[in-house]
Design a protein around this ligand. Structure first.
Ligand code: FES
Length: 108
């Protein structure tokens, strides 16, 4: 059986009317590159960080209430709401770089 490569994954909803999620995903990828965080340590192992667009994450209020998108970061399973492209630098730096949840965007 083929093994699945271990990776951190950011799933970005693109089911909004204006598909802002696509711009959010693009900004997250750019920030991973800018901040040198295309890999991170997971359980002592260096793993890739992947940004993946996806359909509805069932957090729709977060995609409808403002001009942002819902994002879930794994393996932590932390959900963020109303994320805009300008929030990408903070999520990458704080969450992936420093290991701190970005409280102002976190969903309960
Ligand atoms: S439309 Fe984005 S989570 Fe449902």
């Amino acid at each position: 059986m083929k093994s699945v490569d271990k990776a951190a994954r950011l799933f970005v909803c693109v089911a909004q009317k204006d598909e802002i999620g696509r711009d959010v995903a693009k900004a997250l990828k750019q920030e991973l590159k800018n901040q040198g965080l295309k890999t991170r340590l997971l359980d002592g192992e260096r793993c890739k960080v992947r940004v993946q667009t996806c359909n509805c994450l069932d957090l729709c209020k977060q995609c409808k209430k403002g001009s942002g998108a819902a994002v879930i970061v794994y393996p932590e399973g932390v959900s963020y709401g109303n994320v805009r492209p300008r929030d990408a630098a903070e999520i990458v730096h704080e969450h992936l770089g420093e290991g701190r949840v970005v409280k102002r965007l976190q969903l309960d």
